[in-house]
Design a binder for this molecule. Structure first.
Ligand code: GLA
Length: 580
């Protein structure tokens, strides 16, 4: 402790601060043995490790439904097109069927941020601005979604949010956007290296007085250790904070009142690598710091950030938890998710208007096993590479996603990508199968086709076969079932798959998928499915079976059977039959 001048000399707070600071020195002088610290450190780490806590922003209790411009229009978007699509969503009856989000994907942005550093819509394709579009879409009773990337640029090389997360989250919330798809192009993983630290100091905003804590007087955990460097004023620094291996802990940082303070971290310059540090304050707030590759005439670097401290004693832990690209993706996505929650709450507080919460759609294509952590970071997570409007792509994606059923549920969904129904060279039978599989898997239903085709003279063209698929109430009800349990593949021989999905009210959705080039007859005994303990589908003498595509209703004692066209499905909703 070199200086303790944060507060007016002679004040009670100054005395308290000085006392605490010297207490810290005193503890150090008494010499807490390293093994004790290690043990305590380990316990603390476990407490702070993944809590398994859901993202829980109260949204997406069933898979989100809407439309996105990417699959069909890609970069060919403008405000007129998006608005026309919102109108078509309404006039086609699809909005009433549950499709609520109108999502901009890549290429809505100008290549230029505005003077305040904010993202802005393409200046000539969205000349009225995104907030104006939000208002118009909201006036139709629909919600606007937007897109950015967890990278320096988007996949189409336009400005993205890495490094600007707080500002962009705030911008989206201020615009009234209610869905963010957050891609992974141009991502830069967080460094696993941590800076060496020689001291930290706290000062009141606008004050030159710094309350200084020498790093060597902090408590050290794990691999953290003190090294000497004569070129530093203190002569010593703490190292070993890399890759989650060590922590530097200050248990008692006293300040006089609640508020924002400047935290200055004294780093030892050197090394041609970027470094990363997290600072956890009072075991709740986590701040982060990217330290550039540093070299210079001087050895002592000062990295500053604003932190919120509470009156009295505060604790601070400095560490770098990033051991891999996997850790980095989790941290970066979790950060954006948290910022979105805060941003929408802040806007509501400032405007006094009801909060417009933001669905957070993680889109890192399944690279870092997002199904394992996505439910803690957001509302849905892409599990696969990009979909294309052909049967091979749909089958490839289905094969990956169908295994992941156990990770999804209300509030957090596997996302096998947006629908291609109505696009490309998919046949009607394939469109039916694609839609059915996505409903069975409890996938988000984001339409990707031109909805204007469904409307004639301002009215729904109910004879349109693609509209009939997308508006099928039985299938939508399967997708949106409140239990939120995706299907499981209960049988496959590589050509025929049988999927079963428990539904509310002890019902079961059963789907036969035929991947062969000719039609096939398929049958299954319901008594076999009833034996599966976690299906909550009781065995019965008779079952009532509704064909979800034809609407045909039958009663069976056990078997359901049907002929399944090539690249097609049959979907049934089954329940115990109570009548005669
Ligand atoms: C990635 C995503 C796609 C789409 C494009 C836009 O490829 O996976 O869904 O958003 O970027 O550039």
């Amino acid at each position: 402790m070199k200086k303790a001048k944060l507060f007016a000399a002679g004040s009670a707070a100054a005395a308290a601060a000085a006392a605490t600071a010297s207490a810290a020195v005193f503890i150090k002088k008494k010499g807490i043995c390293v093994p004790c610290l290690l043990r305590r450190g380990t316990a603390a780490v476990q407490m702070r490790a993944s809590t398994g806590k859901k993202y829980d922003n109260g949204l997406a209790l069933t898979p989100p439904m809407g439309w996105s411009c990417w699959n069909l229009f890609q970069h060919r978007v403008n405000e007129k097109l998006i608005y026309e699509m919102a109108v078509a969503l309404k006039e086609s009856g699809l909005a009433d069927a549950g499709y609520q989000y109108v999502n901009l994907d890549d290429c809505w942005q100008s290549s230029m941020r505005d003077r305040d550093g904010r993202l802005t819509g393409d200046l000539s394709r969205f000349p009225s601005g995104i907030p104006d579009l939000v208002q118009k879409v909201n006036a139709l009773g629909l919600k606007l979604g937007i897109y950015s990337s967890n990278g320096t640029l988007t996949c189409e090389d336009l400005p993205a949010s890495l490094g600007n997360e707080a500002l962009d989250a705030e911008t989206f919330a201020q615009w009234g956007v209610e869905y963010l798809k957050y891609d992974f192009c141009h991502n830069i993983p967080l460094p696993t290296r941590a800076p060496d630290i020689d001291k930290i100091s706290i000062s009141a905003v606008g004050s030159s007085d710094e309350l200084v804590f020498e790093a060597e007087n902090g408590q050290l955990f794990g691999m953290a250790r003190i090294e000497k460097d004569d070129q530093l004023e203190s002569g010593k620094y703490v190292t070993g904070l890399c890759s989650g291996n060590g922590k530097l802990y200050f248990p008692d940082i006293p300040v006089p009142e609640d508020g924002e303070y400047v935290l200055t971290i004294g780093i030892r310059k050197g090394g041609d690598m970027e470094k990363y540090l997290e600072i956890k304050v009072n075991d709740t707030e986590v701040y982060d710091l990217l330290v550039p590759a540093t070299k210079g005439w001087t050895h002592e670097g000062r990295m500053q950030l604003r932190v919120f401290l509470k009156a009295g004693s505060n604790s601070m832990i400095l560490y770098n938890p990033i051991g891999s690209r996997y850790d980095s993706a989790i941290r970066q996505y979790t950060k954006m998710g948290e910022l979105l929650k805060r941003a929408s709450a802040k806007v509501a507080e400032e405007t006094g208007k009801p909060e417009k919460k933001i669905v957070f759609s993680i889109c890192e294509w399944g690279r870092n096993l997002p199904y394992k952590w996505g439910a803690e970071a957001g509302n849905l997570w892409r599990t696969t590479p990009d979909i294309q409007a052909n049967w091979a792509s749909i089958m490839g994606i289905y094969e990956i996603n169908v295994h992941l059923w156990k990770y999804a549920g209300p509030g957090g969904w596997n996302d096998p990508d947006m629908l291609e129904v109505g696009n490309g060279n998919l046949t009607l039978t394939e469109n039916v199968a694609h839609f059915s599989l996505w409903c069975m898997m409890a996938a988000p239903l984001l339409l990707g086709n031109d909805l204007r085709r469904f409307v004639v003279d301002g009215k729904a063209d109910t004879s349109n076969p693609v509209l009939k698929i997308l508006a099928n109430k039985d299938l939508i009800a399967i997708d949106q079932d409140p239990l939120g349990i995706p299907c499981r593949r209960v049988y496959t021989n590589g050509i025929i798959d049988v999927l079963a999905r428990p539904l509310k009210g002890n019902r079961l959705a059963v789907c036969f998928l035929n991947k062969a080039l000719n039609s096939m007859r398929v049958k299954i005994r319901l008594s076999e499915l009833a034996e599966k303990p976690d299906f909550a589908f009781p065995a019965a003498d008779k079952y009532f079976v509704r064909d979800a595509w034809s609407g045909e209703e039958t009663v069976t004692t056990d078997e359901i059977k049907g002929s399944v066209p090539s690249h097609g499905v049959r979907v049934y909703v089954v329940e115990q039959h109570h009548g005669e």
